[in-house]
Design a protein around this ligand. Structure first.
Ligand SMILES: [Zn+2]
Length: 327
C-alpha cells in the first residue's frame, strides 16, 4: 500500500521545507509512529535516533536525562526539551528572583526565567534493560516504556529551531567545516555567506564569527575583532595572509594576518573622483597602538584643496610588500 510522503507543516518556512522533508523521508518509516511501551532496541543510540526522529516529525525535540549501561539496572530517561529542568543555568543563579523586605532584588537573578525551554512539559519516555520474552527466558534487552506522552506546548512548525535537529542534518557538519575554513582565512561574513548558501546551509552571522578551529591567540583575536567591527560598520576591507609552511611536510602550520586594508564606500567614491589620475599620499605612522602595527594612511586632495583620508591599513611592517598590497 502506497502512502503519501511526509510533508512539513504548512507554515514551515519555504526555504527550509525541502531540507526538513528530505530528512524525515529518509528516516525509517516506523520512526514516525508514536513510541509505544514494549519496543525493543539493540542499543541506546538506536532508541535515541528513533525518538528524536519521531520528535523531529512532530515538531519537538528530546534530550537524554540520565542513564548508563554500567548501572546495575540500566535505565535511560528521555524527556522533551521543554521539560522543567531544561533551562540551562550556567551561572548557577537562584531558581527565582529573591527580594528583601524593601522589595529590592537580592538574588543575582534579576528576571524570572522566561526562556522558551521552561514549559514544564511532562513528556517522559524511558528505556530499561530488562528481561524480554517469556518469564525465565533469560533473554535481556532494552525495552521502551512510555511514562507520559502528553505535551504542555504546541509543536514547532519548523523542527530546525531546535539545535538537536539542526545538528542531525547531513549537510550541517560539512557546512561547519567549510565555515571554519572560511573563518580562519578571515573571509568576511558577507562573502562567506554566499559560499555557505551555495553549500545549502547558511549560517547566521553570529554563528559564523563564533566558529574557530582552535582558540586564537589574543593578538589574532584582536585582528579578528577588527574585521568584525569593520564589517559591521559597512567598510570594505581586504586582508593579506602569510602562511607558515612546515619545511618537511609542506603543510601549512599557521596563517598569520599580516595586513588589513580598509575603506568606507564613501572614501572609495572620493578616491575614485579625486585621486585617479591625480595625487595620492601614502605615509605610515608608528606606535599608534599597543600591537606595534604600522598604520598606513592614504590621502588625497579634493577640488577644494582639502585633504581627505582615502583608506587606512594596519600592517605588521613597513615593508615593500605592505605598500604593494595597497595598490
Ligand atoms: Zn514537550
Amino acid at each position: 500500500m502506497a502512502t503519501a510522503p511526509w510533508t512539513a507543516h504548512p507554515h514551515c518556512p519555504a526555504h527550509l521545507r525541502g531540507e526538513v522533508e528530505a530528512h524525515v523521508r529518509a528516516l525509517p518509516p516506523a520512526f514516525l509512529n508514536e513510541p509505544l511501551s514494549g519496543e525493543v532496541f539493540d542499543n541506546v543510540e538506536l532508541c535515541k535516533e528513533r525518538l528524536q526522529g519521531f520528535a523531529f516529525a512532530q515538531g519537538f525535540a528530546i534530550t537524554q536525562q540520565s542513564g548508563s549501561m554500567k548501572q546495575a539496572r540500566p535505565r535511560f530517561d528521555f524527556q522533551c526539551i521543554y521539560h522543567e529542568n531544561s533551562t540551562r543555568n550556567y551561572r548557577k543563579l537562584e531558581k527565582h528572583v529573591e527580594r528583601d523586605e524593601e522589595d529590592k532584588i537580592t538574588s543575582r537573578r534579576k528576571q524570572e526565567a522566561t526562556t522558551i525551554n521552561a514549559r514544564n512539559c511532562p513528556y517522559l519516555i524511558y528505556l530499561a534493560f530488562k528481561q524480554i520474552g517469556k518469564r525465565g527466558s533469560r533473554e535481556f534487552g532494552l525495552v521502551l516504556g512510555v511514562k507520559d506522552s502528553s505535551y504542555s506546548h504546541s509543536m514547532a512548525v519548523n523542527p530546525l529551531v531546535y539545535a538537536e535537529h539542526k545538528k542531525a542534518l547531513s549537510g550541517y557538519q560539512m557546512t561547519l567545516d567549510l565555515g571554519k575554513s572560511l573563518r580562519s582565512a578571515y573571509i568576511s561574513y558577507s562573502a562567506a555567506r554566499r559560499v555557505l548558501e551555495q553549500a545549502g546551509f547558511p549560517l547566521d552571522c553570529k554563528g559564523y564569527y563564533n566558529l574557530r578551529y582552535r582558540a586564537l591567540s589574543a593578538e589574532k583575536d584582536e585582528f579578528a575583532g577588527l574585521v568584525v567591527a569593520l564589517e559591521d560598520a559597512g567598510f570594505v576591507f581586504e586582508c593579506r595572509m602569510e602562511e607558515e609552511i612546515d619545511q618537511q611536510s609542506g603543510e601549512v602550520v599557521d596563517t598569520q594576518l599580516q595586513q588589513i586594508w580598509f575603506a568606507h564606500p564613501d572614501q572609495i567614491r572620493y578616491a575614485q573622483r579625486f585621486i585617479t589620475g591625480w595625487t595620492l599620499f601614502v605615509d605610515s605612522t608608528f606606535n599608534t597602538n599597543a600591537r606595534n602595527l604600522v598604520l598606513l594612511v592614504m590621502a588625497g586632495i579634493t577640488n577644494y584643496n582639502r585633504t581627505f583620508v582615502a583608506a587606512l591599513s594596519f600592517a605588521r611592517s613597513e615593508s615593500k610588500m605592505s605598500f604593494d598590497f595597497i595598490f
